[in-house]
Design a protein around this ligand. Structure first.
Ligand SMILES: *Cc1c(COP(=O)(O)O)cnc(C)c1O
Ligand SMILES: [Zn+2]
Length: 466
């Protein structure tokens, strides 16, 4: 049997259940327009008896597919033959136990872990999904790929295009909404970059139209293959914990691709009998982009076994349009008001007994400073997971004894403006970058010390402040 007989695409709505082949390029169910999953005929596939079997791949790491933090788990995302899978060396990440962040969040020492996805080649978790989307794109002989992006998807797409030479990249960004760290990557890697007068939600709508008109392969997270790659973030977390699931996974929520992928990963591992317990999930929105929080926590919207009240979603979006609400947060990677994977995320919240919280930009930046000081640095959006953990501990929902994993989605150097503005002594700069976002103070600022160009004064300053 060929690979494509073992894997197929399937509508996420059980009452529809339409299927199509993995060799088709679709961003929506052909029957009802809902989202698609990649699904597998597991019975016909070679499966590991235990997750420990994956450890053997590391001994064969001179093979790029064993080195890859995505493809060494190929048997859990087998939609293409292994020899066709695209890798640039993604997924060499670290699960870091941070004492400083544990203390800040309020859990016992040794219980707080940071899954550091900033170590990926393009500096964010997006590479996990991009390796899978590129594999599918190669499978269907695509020559051009596009995405709308708050920055990291475009950086990742551009990197995969420049390294593999398999496709040409077309990137859509909203005007003035992308940090220089991310924009510089897309430009450096040589991607065609189209700047649209509008925000991310506008760019997302246009890229979908343009892709379908010109037959360009779309790599946004509506692409179900991307989420297959992102499942491996959880496999690596389990691996780092000796295959013992933690109690909590916390992740920032933007387009909700990660949270959706994590839910699918654990649902499949449980189905295959490879884990006995599923961790709980907390998805953390920025308060200025809190659609999921509003719908899940305030309106009680649930996956409901596959029949979510979709009318409530449409009504919410209509109200948002009427009120002219635009997403607004310093955490630009999650500055999204119409998350494309909303329904899949509701499913993940059901599978993982999840909760949703919102955190302010103040909480995000304070948490980010703590991550930088007591863990490994991250960009603002990533720190939402840590700020959310602190909240859930203070609410008594996360216990002080529980093992908590916060996913740090992107590298610290992605958005240096926010970091420098937080630590600055220049009140004007602080106000311009952060004050306008409602940030009032920088409780954990590490301020530069100004000294005259004089050796005695410098030595004095070192004694005084060191
Ligand atoms: C894309 C991105 C997010 C949002 O992830 P979703 O899967 O869209 O919810 C969060 N943080 C960073 C750094 C990102 O690049
Ligand atoms: Zn359908």
């Amino acid at each position: 049997m060929a690979q494509k007989d073992y894997a197929f695409q399937q509508c996420i709505i059980p009452a529809c259940g339409a299927t199509c082949g993995v060799d088709e390029v679709r961003v929506a169910c052909p029957r009802c327009g809902s989202l698609l999953d990649v699904a597998y005929a597991w019975d016909h596939l070679p499966l590991p008896r235990s997750l420990r079997e994956f450890e053997a791949a590391w001994a064969r790491r001179s093979d790029p597919h064993c080195f890859s933090g995505v493809w060494r788990f190929h048997r859990l995302l087998p939609f293409a033959p292994i020899e066709q899978c695209v890798t640039v060396g993604e997924g060499q990440t670290l699960l870091h136990a941070s004492e400083g962040v544990a203390k800040y969040v309020g859990v016992k020492p040794g219980r707080l872990f940071l899954q550091y996805e900033g170590m990926n080649p393009s500096g964010s978790f997006k590479d996990n999904g991009m390796s899978a989307a590129f594999t599918h794109a190669r499978f269907v002989n695509a020559t051009r790929a596009a995405c709308a992006s708050t920055g990291n998807t475009s950086a990742s797409l551009a990197l995969y295009c420049s390294v593999t030479r398999l496709m040409k990249a077309v990137i859509f960004i909203g005007s003035g909404k992308i940090s220089y760290g991310k924009l510089s990557q897309a430009l450096d890697y040589g991607a065609l970059t189209v700047q649209i007068a509008g925000d991310f939600d506008d760019a997302m709508a246009r890229v979908q139209e343009v892709s379908s008109q010109l037959g360009i392969y779309l790599v946004n997270s509506v692409n179900p293959f991307r989420l297959e790659g992102q499942k491996t973030i959880m496999f690596r977390v389990l691996e780092a914990l000796g295959w013992e699931p933690p109690d909590w996974i916390l992740v920032p929520g933007g387009n909700l691709g990660n949270s959706s992928a994590f839910g699918k990963a654990f649902q499949e591992l449980a189905l295959l009998g490879l884990i006995r317990r599923i961790p709980r999930l907390a998805v953390i929105n920025a308060a200025g982009a809190n659609t999921l929080y509003q719908l899940h926590e305030k309106q009680g919207l649930r996956w409901n076994g596959g029949s979510p009240a979709q009318d409530a979603v449409h009504a919410f979006y209509d109200d948002m349009t009427q009120a002219g609400n635009r997403a607004k947060t310093i955490a630009s990677a999650i500055e999204i008001n119409r998350p494309v994977n909303l329904l899949k995320c509701l499913r993940a919240l059901e599978v993982m007994d999840g909760v949703v919280r919102e955190v302010s930009d103040q909480e995000i930046l304070d948490a980010k400073a703590q991550v930088g000081a007591g863990g490994l640095g991250c960009e603002p959006a990533s720190a939402a997971s840590v700020a959310g953990a602190k909240r859930l501990v203070s609410e008594g929902i996360i216990g002080r004894d529980e093992r908590v994993v916060c996913v740090l989605t992107g590298h610290q150097l992605k958005d240096p403006d926010a970091t420098v503005a937080y630590h600055t002594t220049d009140q004007e700069l602080f106000n311009k970058v952060l004050g306008s976002r409602g940030v009032r103070r920088a409780a954990f600022a590490n301020r530069a010390v100004a000294v005259p160009n004089d050796i005695d004064e410098i030595i004095k300053a070192i004694h005084l402040y060191g």
